[in-house]
Design a binder for this molecule. Structure first.
Ligand code: CU
Length: 214
């Protein structure tokens, strides 16, 4: 679950990485977990689903998945704006919308990109084409995570105000005209939503039902 405490803890971890002051208890803290499943490597996918993102729409508008399936989502942004594909329930999306609103207010999130303030650009990481799927988030140790310990560590040191980072494993940001990927293992049946939490987009219709059947 993503919450403020979690964010704070993680920014402390990044800060520690930046300062090279490593403390065992911090590194021993468990990775973020989700009760409906976990990220997986693209190679482990048993099914690929293409979702086209438009300006304020997803196509298809709903998806049905079987519990136990590992699905590689290919997200094609055919719109003019930055969009997100985020897996979660309504409450998770509502929380993430608040986080993204703060990123927008801080100038980190623009209509077409996610940018860090300062020299280290979050935008240069290119969330759009970054293959989340090929990274094994499930077994990933944040301490050894290349992009995390490099970019975010430096960001935490530079951007002392927020330490905000858009790096949730259940989410991918796709810039206009680009394609992103997210691979997820759905471990249990339930009613989820795939949503874009860029401020205003969910409310404008960028949300779809994701039914995980038993
Ligand atoms: Cu959107």
């Amino acid at each position: 679950m993503m919450n403020a405490g979690n964010l704070l803890l993680r920014s402390r971890v990044w800060l520690a990485a930046g300062c090279l002051v490593l403390s065992a208890p911090l590194w021993a803290s468990p990775a973020q977990t989700y009760d409906f499943g976990q990220p997986a490597a693209a190679a482990k996918a048993t099914r690929t689903v293409e979702v086209v993102m438009g300006d304020m729409s997803f196509n298809p508008q709903s998806l049905t998945i079987k519990a136990g399936e590992t699905v590689r989502f290919v997200l094609v942004n055919k719109g003019q704006l930055l969009h997100e594909f985020n897996l979660g329930d309504g409450a998770m999306h509502a929380r993430h919308q608040q986080e993204m609103l703060k990123m927008q207010q801080s100038g980190q999130l623009t209509p077409t990109a996610m940018n860090a303030q300062g020299a280290m650009s979050h935008g240069s990481m290119d969330h759009g084409s970054m293959d989340h799927g090929s990274m094994d988030h499930g077994s990933m140790d944040h301490g050894s995570m290349d992009h995390g310990s490099m970019d975010h560590g430096a960001m935490a040191g530079m951007d002392q105000g927020s330490g905000m980072a858009h790096d949730d494993p259940n989410s991918v940001l796709v810039e206009p005209g680009k394609t992103g990927e997210l691979t997820w293992t759905f471990s249990q049946a339930g009613n989820l939503e795939f949503a874009c939490n860029v401020p205003g987009h969910y409310q404008a219709g960028m949300v779809g039902k994701l039914t995980v059947s038993p």
